[in-house]
Design a binder for this molecule. Sequence first.
Ligand code: NAD
Length: 476
Amino acid sequence: MVIDQTLVAKITAEILAVMERQDITVNDGIFTTVDQAVAAASTAQKQLAALSIEKRECLIQAMRIAACENAELLAKMAVEESGMGNVDDKILKNKVAAQKTPGTEDLKTDAWSGDHGLTLIEMGPYGVIGAITPTTNPSETVICNGIGMIAAGNAVMFSPHPKAKETSIKTIRLLNEAIIKVGGPANLLTTLADTTIDAANEMMKHPGVNMLVATGGPGVVKAVMSSGKKAIGAGAGNPPAVVDETADIEKAARDIIAGCSFDNNLPCIAEKEVIVVGSIADKLMAYMQKYGAYLISGSQIDELLQVIMTEQEELKAAGCTEKPKKIYGINKDYVGKDARYILAKIGINASAETKVIICETSEDHPFVVEELMMPVLPIVQVKDIDTAIKLAVKVEHGNRHTAIMHSKNVDNLTRLAKAIETTIFVKNAPSFAGIGVGGEGFTTFTIAGPTGEGLTSPRSFTRQRRCVLVDAFSIV
Ligand code: NAD
């Protein structure tokens, strides 16, 4: 992404000057009914469409500044309200969303010229987008989707997760305020003062909403994909981290702990289980402990299972005489909690350096199978790379989301990348390198595996439109 830094500096100076003014009336984008929120967003979108792209970029710049300036406030609110994650990592996530989500430069025009004139394909807006956001990234997704959708010329009605709605609403207010202060339309971002699943469903069906973008678990992705509208679904992951015997084992251990512990394992891209070739497993676990892992074993693993997971009995199939199999779901009270808090629940008082709980398990253990979103990292030993690849594909569950591998064997890296078909494949780095933190490339907090847009950016929120001028404007 090449950004004209002189233009950015000029716009930034202008925005800061305007933001000094106190006499500006702010319309905050918060409504009581879906009809009102959609109507206001629709009006705002038409006003946006009448502005130049340069002005649009100015609004984006104002949003970036407001999000950065309030990164800490929003991080604290999110941890307080949702009870998940940690403030320092959320500050970083807010700043990355503000600074590394692409703007209008992401929109590209294709052109053909020849004997019959000039034909263009331009990326135009959809209109009003309905965006559903997760509890795990309540401000980050609003910042990222807000910048990307507005850069593409749209307005957006958000449906935030009810458990983190105050944080999302505050983010929407701050971004609207920033836009208005630099002369942009009111209500480019709207939402409801009281968000509910019913309201999300009403928004999905609303005729004034032209496109849907869902960031969350399988339920909401399925809901938008069944809506009959153009939909982008960014769903669940269960990213395996595979380590083979050629890896730099100490670096692999450090990177895995860094990725797995980031925001207490809330990110959908974070390492959720490790699959390691047996010959190096002990060494890997020893290094993990050096970098902040706490190893539990035997009955401690069973005790932890009873705490962080809920047990359900699978219903017997009709006529089946076998004993019902036990199945487990996650105990949401522990999602995004820190490792020491979780360890305390099984009577372990761990040191302040503890970031992740590690344990050796079988490949079909519930810790491996379920997307835990807690700093609890099961480690499965396998005999060789062939078994590791097969198991990684199995436990990723076909989400096609994210996988990580530590290896210096190019063939092994390539084989897993091909077999697992994930949207993000990170080699020899923590998972967050895959969204541009310590790795190249832009950032997104909406990774659309199920519908195939991949790492979404402004162009994902556009319609292609062809304009044909016959027998003119070709100059050769
Ligand atoms: P969730 O699915 O419980 O909720 C997500 C959003 O969808 C919320 O706003 C919720 O209110 C709404 N929702 C849920 N079910 C709905 C339904 N049937 N109809 C209408 N709305 C519905 O997810 P969560 O716990 O908030 O977030 C964690 C999940 O999101 C994890 O599975 C994680 O992997 C995933 N996630 C994915 C990405 C990505 O980019 N692919 C990013 C962040 C989180």
